[in-house]
Design a protein around this ligand. Structure first.
Ligand code: SF4
Length: 317
């Protein structure tokens, strides 16, 4: 069983990224990757928190302002303060997001920005804030994979986000069937090499958690497990991490490949390690050998197929 399911996955998104003209100046921030690529697999829930609390389009620009120890959300000319209204909306709205498997924010916004949002003081502005809606959403949904439109232009961050969305969706689907200790253990087994590529020590820690969990209540185990998995996957899978995993996968064909085939695979993994070919090259050969010499355990590994192939996310890794 792979982590990839054909059902569309539900992902929340800042409405302006879908081309909705909801920005303060009547414009939008349509993202091609979101619209053209991800839309084939994701069903979007668009939200514009500023429009939702009754601010019109166009409207006065709002911004984060530090007042003593508080961060307020105010119009640039100080004429309105929407902190309470936006907080109430954000709490109520994001408390209903259990069904989402990811969220894409519009960067820099005082409402939707995930990080490095300008916070104004009398002395000037520093990029140290988080949009109010985004902050509340992340606090209320700590497991939910989140990312910003600008960061999605980076191939590694883009692949990492989509991997996390699929992994979380996979977990949600497992949860819907009713969790058991055995199901969590076999889920962990399928994620072995994916987690290994991202953060090997998370794999060991979670294995230990499962091994020591006999007396732990199931809901507590599930919460600790998925929280550890999502945290581990947040680490970027480096070329070194992928090379390590590829070498492990190569080991499964020790007895089946001819000397020539082994040398070819070894050579390709080494070329990947040196940055001469993309990850897809050795992966394609491994997939080919796996079809020729089936191995159910290896086929069950999410690492081989973490997201739809035609998103081509591994071509740039
Ligand atoms: S960034 Fe958020 S609040 Fe601003 S226009 Fe886009 S969806 Fe609306």
């Amino acid at each position: 069983m792979s982590a990839f399911h054909s059902d569309k996955i539900q992902v929340g998104i800042s409405a302006c990224l879908l081309g909705e003209k909801v920005r303060f100046d009547g414009g939008h921030k349509r993202s091609e990757f979101v619209e053209n690529d991800l839309r084939r697999y994701f069903t979007y829930l668009p939200v514009c928190p500023e429009v939702a609390i009754g601010l019109g389009v166009p409207r006065k620009a709002i911004r984060l302002v530090r007042r003593d120890d508080n961060i307020r959300v105010e119009a640039s000319d100080g004429s309105i303060d929407v902190t309470e209204k936006l907080t109430a909306f954000s709490k109520a709205k994001t408390a209903q997001f259990d069904f989402l498997s990811g969220y894409i924010f519009c960067a820099k916004s005082p409402s939707c920005g995930m990080e490095r949002v300008r916070v104004y003081t009398n002395e000037g502005a520093a990029k140290e804030g988080v949009g109010l809606y985004a902050r509340i959403l992340m606090e209320q949904n700590p497991l939910l994979p989140v990312e910003e439109d600008g960061r999605l232009c980076d191939p590694i961050l883009r692949e990492n986000f989509v991997t996390r969305v699929y992994a979380y969706h996979d977990w949600q689907q497992l949860q819907a069937t009713g969790l058991t200790r055995g199901k969590i253990i076999s889920f962990h087994s399928r994620y072995k090499y994916l987690l290994f590529a991202h953060h090997p020590s998370s794999y060991s820690l979670l294995g230990k958690l499962l091994g020591d969990s006999v007396s732990m209540p199931l809901d507590q185990l599930a919460e600790r497990y998925i929280s550890g998995l999502m945290q581990g996957l947040k680490n970027k899978a480096t070329r070194k991490g992928h090379t390590n995993v590829l070498q492990h996968l190569q080991g499964y064909f020790k007895k089946t490949l001819s000397l020539e085939q082994k040398a070819e695979l070894h050579h390709l993994i080494d070329k990947y390690r040196r940055g001469l070919v993309p990850l897809m090259s050795p992966m394609t050969l491994i997939q080919h050998y796996l079809r020729e010499y089936p191995n159910p355990y290896l086929s069950s590994q999410v690492y081989l197929n973490p997201h739809p192939e035609d998103l081509a996310l591994r071509y740039s890794l």
